[in-house]
Ligand binder design. Structure first.
Ligand code: ZN
Length: 135
């Protein structure tokens, strides 16, 4: 899988070298929650901090897990949870933390949160918790 080819299938792509983030194509993703790592050995690691399984992420852009490995098919059991650089995690949770902070200010000012704000807040909390597992 060619790096440019993969990145061209995604939106809000940011990063450089090995480390990239983008909007996850498998769920409604306004702020990038997909981390992509291009390993020097040719492997590509992906992780959606919104919780999408990697095969769903790939399916949404017309790929499957074998496309991520230059060395041909791999057994599903061989997939290990990738370790991501702190900068990826930070980039993803900084947006989510901002959402939580804005909501906290509103609530502390006595302003009620709308139902969709509450939903977004819940998502932000899930992403922060997910990301904190990589800290
Ligand atoms: Zn996702």
């Amino acid at each position: 899988m060619n790096k440019e080819d993969l990145l061209s299938r995604l939106t809000k792509v940011r990063g450089r070298g090995e480390s990239w983030t983008a909007c996850c194509p498998a769920h409604e993703d306004g702020s990038p929650s997909l981390a992509i790592r291009f390993k020097p050995d040719g492997r590509i690691l992906m992780h959606c901090f919104g919780g999408c399984p990697v095969d769903e992420v790939l399916g949404a852009i017309g790929l499957d897990i074998n496309d991520l490995f230059d060395d041909g098919p791999v057994q599903r059991g061989d997939q290990i949870k990738p370790a991501f650089y702190a900068s990826d995690v930070l980039r993803i949770i900084s947006v989510e933390t901002l959402i939580v902070a804005v909501a906290a200010i509103d609530v502390s000012n006595g302003k009620p949160l709308r139902p969709d704000d509450l939903e977004r807040l819940k998502l932000a909390a899930e992403r922060i918790l997910e990301a904190s597992r990589y800290a």
